[in-house]
Design a protein. Structure first.
Length: 160
């Protein structure tokens, strides 16, 4: 059984508040569309967006765990990403802008976060990257640096 060296869970309360506000506006819009006699498709679209916002709100939680073999990121309840140390080339500090909050996959980069702010970028040996947002970037670094110091070399620096 793997030993867990670090575990941190984070809930995106600000994101939940914004989505709850948007969901309320969409529910009101769907209600008024029905009262105004709008087509059934417009009403269904409004309620469909409410359901999407409910799902995002219910899953807006992220957990980061470090074992002796890997970093594991769980976004929501069902989606998880294993990042084995053997597949990591190097690790760098990063900041997640508000436009990258959530779970996104763009141009070889996987983004996992529940709020903007500090993050770590895991550069993988296959050329891709995984960016993990965390409110405790310092704590995560304090665990990873002594555990795998070779992953913090500067780009182009050789191992001694």
């Amino acid at each position: 059984m793997a030993v867990t060296w670090y575990r941190q869970a984070q809930t995106g309360w600000k994101t939940i508040a914004v989505l709850a506000g948007l969901m309320t506006l969409m529910a009101l819009a769907a209600f008024f569309l029905r009262r105004l006699g709008a087509p059934h498709e417009a009403q269904r679209m409004g309620w469909g967006l409410v359901v999407v916002f409910l799902v995002v709100i219910a899953t807006n939680r992220m957990e980061v765990r470090v074992t002796e073999r890997e970093v594991f990121v769980r976004w929501g309840w069902l989606i998880g990403k294993h990042i084995p140390f053997s597949g990591i080339d190097r690790i760098e500090a990063e900041r997640i802008p508000w436009t990258r909050v959530g779970m996104k996959f763009t141009n070889g980069v996987s983004w996992f976060s529940v709020s903007p702010g500090p993050a770590l970028r895991f550069h993988l040996k296959n050329g891709k990257s995984v960016v993990v947002g965390t409110a405790d970037a310092g704590g995560l670094l304090r665990v990873l640096q002594p555990l795998k110091p070779e992953l913090f070399k500067e780009k182009g620096e050789k191992n001694a």
